[in-house]
Design a protein around this ligand. Structure first.
Ligand SMILES: Nc1ncnc2c1ncn2[C@@H]1O[C@H](COP(=O)(O)OP(=O)(O)OP(=O)(O)O)[C@@H](O)[C@H]1O
Ligand SMILES: [Mg+2]
Length: 243
């Protein structure tokens, strides 16, 4: 199976705190890969160190077969890596369409699209955006913002999409809808790495996952196997998921 993303001993520190501690893992082309771990385990920092939010302090990142360690987020975006944020970060005074248009216009610099407006509209439809596209982002609720985040990320036509707790704050019904959209994205050919706390989302979507605990990877493998790993149950999942 082709590896789309590989990290090798990735390290990120903040002063004396080791937020990501020599994490090595591989993500395969076409899969939905999960990353779980308790609050503060280093999940967001791990995504940030890959996506170019800040450079890692050690180790290597390989994306699509090339070393991309320390490249900035705009360069990573143009190489085909998009992400959403744990807390939505729209341009609040722009409409939903304009928000996606920014990505459709500037996210595809290496392969400019002919009609960015059409692409932006198409992406909003793809994520089943439930509001008029001329709604200002500041008037959107959490669920609507999540869809906007997805549309923005997809408008840069990524090969790999990093999702940071996209399901947080959604109701059970909304979770089902979101899972269907995430599957649809994967089926369209985009590989997905998702950080998530909600276990049934992970169990329902991810073929494989890794578990971070105090910055270290304590497990990686097929979802069912990892869920049954006593180390993981102890560290994170609790008795309930210790099958
Ligand atoms: N910019 C920063 N400056 C200093 N410390 C940071 C910074 N970002 C994260 N940290 C610290 O690094 C550790 C890992 O944080 P991170 O946000 O990556 O965890 P997480 O697994 O995403 O947690 P959560 O589930 O709560 O989102 C935490 O101890 C956090 O306080
Ligand atoms: Mg986080």
């Amino acid at each position: 199976m082709d590896v789309i993303l590989r990290t090798e001993n990735l390290l990120k520190t903040f002063g004396g705190l080791i937020a990501v501690n020599n994490v090595s893992l591989e993500v395969y082309q076409g899969e939905i890969f999960g990353i779980i771990g308790p609050n503060g385990a280093g999940k967001t920092t791990f995504l940030n160190s890959i996506a170019g939010t800040y450079p890692p302090d050690g180790g290597h990142v390989y994306f699509l077969g090339k070393e991309t360690t320390g490249l900035s987020s705009d360069v990573m975006c143009h190489l085909g890596l998009a992400r959403t944020f744990q807390i939505s970060q729209p341009f609040p005074r722009m409409t939903a369409l304009e928000n996606v248009l920014v990505s459709a216009t500037f996210g595809n610099k290496t392969n400019p699209v002919k009609d960015p407006v059409a692409l932006a509209k198409e992406m909003l439809e793809f994520v089943e955006f439930p509001m008029p596209v001329d709604t200002l982002a500041l008037n959107l609720n959490t669920v609507q913002l999540k869809r906007l985040d997805l549309a923005r990320a997809l408008a840069s036509k990524p090969k790999l999409l990093l999702l940071d707790e996209l399901a947080a704050g959604l109701t059970t019904g909304e979770l089902g809808d979101l899972m269907a959209i995430i599957r649809k994205i994967r089926d369209s050919g985009v590989t997905i790495v998702m950080v998530e706390h909600i276990m049934h989302i992970i169990m329902g979507l991810c073929e494989r996952l890794a578990v971070l605990y105090y910055g270290e990877k304590i497990a990686e493998g097929p979802t069912q196997e990892v869920a049954q790993d006593p180390k993981v149950a102890e560290a994170y999942l609790g008795e309930k998921y210790h099958l």
